[in-house]
Design a protein around this ligand. Structure first.
Ligand code: NDP
Ligand code: GUE
Length: 289
């Protein structure tokens, strides 16, 4: 197999689906509907977060989603944030709300995310949406897991019955990924900092999803022959570039399919944000008729 055929191209696939979304929105516009509206809240000036928010804004603009940005100082109180969220929850023009993570330490992340209306929770982090996903009744699926499923479906990965191992158990990637994979028939193992003999788990994985934020942590000795490798990690290099949690050059021969960094799961996560926004929007405009 040629090396290029092993690469799951998140830029190509996300562009393919973005074109479809653009057409869907044009259809609604031509019928006289208002555009979808996404509100993004950022606290502080974390350089990576500032860049991500810009990416999201551009992606929205390109397909016809309106974007409103609320930028708070890093000292903002929890009460001020809750007031802003409450205002957006009650604003009928706003379809979706995203609060960029991470939040400063003095803010209780769970309190903030639980205060977003579950119907506007574009990240799908609200307990109502996570609970629904857990009970095989998905509502809004978190962006990175949705992007990974979309990418695997595009490349015809036969998920049913696959032994999947997830490395990392965060609220935003590892845990919802586990639920999304279960929904698509995988047998899952979620590993984390306290997992004993981690390597023994990863070596058995037919599908390995890595999201820990440790540059090139996984090399070929950690993976199974012909396995499918999904690298979610984003690690900044001194030269300004980014690398994943997987040592791409080391594993490419042994793996059957792999996602690169950059150009893999990152663009698919942005695509899911657009899809989730439009899914919510469609429900909202249909309520009017
Ligand atoms: N491409 C994309 O779209 C996205 C990329 N990311 C990237 O993915 C990475 C992970 O993000 P996120 O989930 O938010 O990170 P978190 O730091 O919130 O979570 C990391 C998880 O990995 C676990 N972990 C850390 N070190 C090890 C280790 N040595 N062995 C086993 N488990 C370990 C942690 O365990 P414990 O819980 O015990 O601390 C935790 O469960 C980051 O690089 C982030 O930038 C994130 C979101 C989207
Ligand atoms: N509420 C919330 N929801 C999130 O989904 C969320 C978040 N907070 N906080 C931060 C993480 C991280 N994340 C990424 C999204 C896109 C890329 C992305 O597009 N990456 C490009 C390159 C980016 C670059 O060059 O820096 C790529 O991998 O090719 C990366 C990371 C979403 N997150």
């Amino acid at each position: 197999m040629k090396l290029i055929e092993k690469i799951m191209d998140g830029v190509k696939v996300s562009n393919f689906f973005k074109e479809k979304l653009k057409k869907r929105l044009l259809y609604y516009k031509n019928k006289g509907n208002r555009p979808p509206y996404l509100a993004v809240i950022l606290i502080g000036k974390n350089p990576a977060s500032l860049i991500y928010v810009q990416h999201k804004k551009l992606a929205c603009k390109n397909i016809g989603i309106k974007f409103i940005f609320f930028h708070f100082s890093k000292n903002v109180s929890e009460i001020s944030l809750l007031k802003q969220i409450n205002h957006l929850n009650n604003d009928k023009k706003i379809d979706a709300i995203l609060i960029q993570l991470p939040l400063p330490n003095h803010i209780n992340t769970a309190n903030i995310f639980n205060s977003i209306s579950p119907y506007k929770d574009v990240d799908g982090f609200h307990p109502y949406n996570i609970g629904s996903l857990c009970q095989k009744n998905p509502t809004i699926i978190p962006c990175t897991p949705r992007g990974i499923i979309t990418l695997m479906k595009f490349y015809n990965v036969p998920t049913y019955g696959l032994n999947a191992v997830i490395v990392g158990a965060s609220n935003i990637v590892g845990r919802p990924m586990n639920l999304a994979l279960l929904l698509h028939g995988c047998t899952t193992t979620v590993t984390h900092r306290f997992t004993k003999n981690l390597k023994e788990h990863t070596q058995k994985a037919e599908l390995l999803i890595v999201a820990i934020g440790k540059a090139e942590f996984i090399d070929s000795s950690w993976i199974k022959e012909k396995s499918i490798i999904i690298d979610v990690g984003i690690n900044k290099q001194h030269d300004g570039g980014i690398i994943g949690d997987v040592k791409f050059k080391s594993v490419i021969d042994k793996a059957s399919l792999i996602t690169p960094v950059p150009g893999g799961i990152g663009p698919m996560t942005i695509l899911s944000l657009l899809q989730n926004t439009i899914d919510i929007y469609e429900k909202n405009i249909k309520k009017i008729y």
